[in-house]
Structures are given as C-alpha cells and as structure tokens.
Design a protein around this ligand. Structure first.
Ligand SMILES: [Cu+2]
Length: 269
C-alpha cells in the first residue's frame, strides 16, 4: 500500500526533471541563436580579424617625446644642375636633418599593433614642390587619403612614385598645371622622386591607423587619444632606419618617450 504512492512520487519527480531539462535546452538554443547576430555585427566588414576598426576612445592618453641622434653627422648639400633661377644653386640634403641640439626631423613615429581606437579621418593633404623641393619632405597620412601635388614654380616637374602595394604613378606637371591629385589606397612607405630634377626626393608614409606623427625640426612628436594599453611604438627614418619600443598608456595620462638613435643603418649613405 505504501509502495504505490512512493513510485508515483518518483515518476512525478522524473517527469518534472525531464520537463526542466527540455525547457533549459530550449532556452540555451534560443540564447545562442540570439547571440549570433551580435557577434557577426562586431566582425569587421573586411572579414580580416586583424584590421583596425574605429571605436569610441574612453579616457585616452597621449604619447609624446623626442627623436635624437648621438652619432657622427655633418650636414650635406646637393648641387642644383637645372632651372637654377627658380630652384637656387644648392639644396640642403633632406635625407638626414639634425638640429644643433641633436634633434632629428622627419622621423615617423607610429603604433603598429593597435586594433581599435579613434576614427580614421581620410584627409586631403598637400605636397608642395616650391623652389624644386618637396614640402614636407615626409608626408604621412592614412590610407584612402588624397594628395594634392602643387607646382607653384612655373617650371616642369615630373612626379614619380616607387610603390608596390599601390599602383605607381608617373605624372608630368608642366608649369601651367598648378595641381595634380592622387588618392593612395593602401598602407605603404612610398618613395617619390622628380624625373626632371634629380635631387628632388620625398616620401609618402601611408598608415593603416590614425596613430602616427612626424617629428618636427625640434625632433618632437605627439600621438593623442590613445586608448589605455600597452603598444609597440615604431620609428621609421629614411636614413636612420627602423627601431621600436614598448609603451604603456594609462588613462588620461601623458607618457614621454625618447628615441635616442646613435648610428645609421648599414647600407645607408
Ligand atoms: Cu622637379
């Protein structure tokens, strides 16, 4: 008599347990299918998991500092062989410019391993060819930007790019053609030369993220709105080569970085 109610109770427990199990499995399925669209939405549109993407920067910090050169160096000049009335008789060699206080100009300082941060602003930047020199000598900008190449000299220039990832260009710019325009789509360090004036040389430093800065005549650089974290900070200079160091950015703080270079890279004159 007493066994029957017990077995009945047991069956009820089993039934309730099975129902619970069924309900929880169904819920799990619902949850996982609900998660799917969200995770797909976070994947960069390119499908490349390593690509940089824009995201709101909370409590961003600043990286600033100086590039110095402690090695042996003396300024050199280049003779002008053509159009002297416009170009002058000689030019300072821009391949290495160091101030009296050992500060290095035209070094590009940039973060290589940042995956997200402030929005990339594709820019319209200007390369001037005034007095048969490229100004600036090193022009840095994010991929997708447009370069306006100016010719205020009233003589023929011919700008020629040496690139692999981007389509090279080679364009004559007669004296009446005041502006040429090119858009550079992919990150790359591109050498630019003039086929008319052999001493004219410059660089397009095309980045994949907005965290870059070119050192000025006092050797200083500055990167702002950097999300807190530890990064690899690279330096590129056409004559001094490439070096890198780790830097940690703390929320809303400024971190100072000094690049002290002491020798030219092998093979660089
Ligand atoms: Cu030229």
């Amino acid at each position: 008599m007493t066994q029957k109610p017990q077995s009945h109770r047991f069956s009820t427990v089993i039934l309730v347990f099975s129902l619970l199990l069924f309900w929880s499995c169904g819920k799990e399925q619902e949850e996982s299918s609900a998660e799917k669209p969200a995770s797909t939405a976070e994947t960069p549109a390119t499908g490349d998991a390593t690509a940089y993407r824009a995201a709101a920067v909370q409590n961003g910090g600043t990286i600033f500092g100086k590039v110095t050169f402690k090695g042996k160096w003396s300024p050199s000049t280049i003779s002008v062989t053509k159009d002297q009335e416009v170009c002058g008789k000689s030019k300072k060699n821009p391949a290495l410019l160091v101030s009296e206080d050992e500060e290095v100009q035209d070094a590009v300082v940039y973060i290589t391993d940042i995956k997200q941060g402030k929005k990339i602003e594709q820019q319209k930047v200007t390369l001037d060819q005034k007095a048969c020199e490229y100004h600036p000598h090193v022009l840095a900008f994010p991929a997708g930007s447009t370069v306006e190449i100016k010719n205020p000299d009233g003589v023929l220039h011919n700008i020629h790019s040496y690139s692999e990832k981007n389509d090279p260009f080679n364009m004559a710019q007669p004296k009446f053609k005041k502006t040429l325009t090119v858009t550079i789509e992919k990150p790359e360090i591109i050498s630019v030369k003039c086929d008319v004036h052999g001493w004219m040389s410059g660089w397009f430093f095309v980045t994949e993220n907005p965290y870059f800065s070119v050192s000025d005549s006092a050797g200083t650089f500055k990167l702002t709105d950097v999300p807190p974290g530890t990064y690899t900070l690279d330096l590129w200079h056409e004559t001094l080569g490439k070096v890198s160091q780790k830097v940690t950015v703390k929320p809303k703080e400024e971190v100072k970085v000094i690049f002290e270079l002491s020798k030219k890279q092998p093979g660089v004159t």
